[in-house]
Design a protein around this ligand. Structure first.
Ligand code: AMP
Ligand code: MN
Ligand code: MN
Ligand code: MN
Length: 271
């Protein structure tokens, strides 16, 4: 069974519309799908549930931080109409705006003009993020590629400002209060030492976190096995997702990865 619980549409930094994403998921044989846009659930308002032949699990990917390191928490099976979820989105939306202004100010000091307006135009909505700034930097010739823009202007040491996001315990509480399951997204992407990853997971569990992504897009078999082992040791649920943003991305297409290791407790058993 193909299951994909981490995907993006053009309501955050993905390229496909919600309907386009669902259509692609259907043709890839995905049976359970969650759209997990960054800090928004706007995609769900555009979809008509009756037109969708696969199981759609309401989801969201929240930005937060741990020890000054930016991390992402996926909320799955959240109640889209809950007070808690809407409070979380309002908070993060404001954080995203203030952060975008701060990123633009930093860029201005580096000689890049009008980055806020430029990135806002590229975003096409008010859910502005670093990929929109990266595109602006490429369009204006300040960077030669999206990767170059991230390396030079937007990575952890320069433009990735984390302090405005809600804290990890707060994010997890909102997800829980919205009836959802809190999952640590792409645990290997933060490039933490094993000691730090363990410490982070302890804080995550203390705050009420439920699970981790054992599979995130294209990854090596030994990485999957290692994350599955952590899941078992810490009694965490296991999730999987492509983190799909656009058709030409190199990591993974919707649902196209091996199944979870057999001894994992799949998160979807709790939906
Ligand atoms: P933000 O939510 O504004 O912090 O933006 C984070 C998003 O930027 C991630 O979810 C990725 O989609 C994208 N991203 C991060 N690093 C890179 C990179 N080096 N190249 C391309 N996209 C990236
Ligand atoms: Mn993204
Ligand atoms: Mn992420
Ligand atoms: Mn993502």
């Amino acid at each position: 069974m193909h299951i994909d619980l981490h995907t993006h549409t053009n309501f955050s930094d993905g390229k496909l519309s919600p309907a386009g994403l669902v259509q692609r998921a259907v043709s890839n044989g995905v049976e359970i799908l969650s759209i997990t846009d960054h800090d928004t659930v706007a995609a769900y308002k555009q979809l008509n549930k009756e037109d969708i032949s696969i199981k759609l699990i309401p989801g969201i990917e929240f930005s937060t931080f741990w020890n000054k390191i930016g991390i992402h928490i996926v909320g799955l099976n959240v109640n889209l109409n809950s007070v808690a979820l809407n409070e979380a989105i309002t908070y993060q939306h404001h954080a995203r705006q203030v952060r975008a202004e701060a990123i633009a100010e930093r860029l201005e000091k580096l000689g890049v003009k009008d980055a806020l307006t430029g990135a806002q135009e590229i975003a096409g909505n008010d859910n502005i993020g670093r990929p929109h700034f990266a595109q602006y930097l490429v369009n204006t010739g300040a960077a030669t590629s999206i990767n170059h823009a991230f390396d030079k202007f937007l990575d952890a040491k320069s433009g990735d400002i984390k302090k405005y996001w809600a804290t990890l315990p707060r994010i997890i509480s909102w997800i829980r209060d919205a009836g959802g399951i809190a999952v640590l997204a792409h645990p290997l992407k933060y490039k933490l030492t094993r000691t730090k990853l363990t410490a982070m997971l302890e804080d995550f569990i203390d705050a009420g976190g439920h699970g981790i992504e054992v599979i995130s897009g294209r990854q090596l078999a030994h990485e999957t096995n290692d994350l599955a082992k952590i899941c078992l040791q810490k009694n965490l649920l296991a999730s999987c997702g492509s983190d799909f943003h656009q058709p030409d991305q190199h990591w993974s297409d919707l649902g196209k990865y091996p199944p979870l290791p057999k001894d994992c407790k799949p998160v979807w058993e709790y939906f």
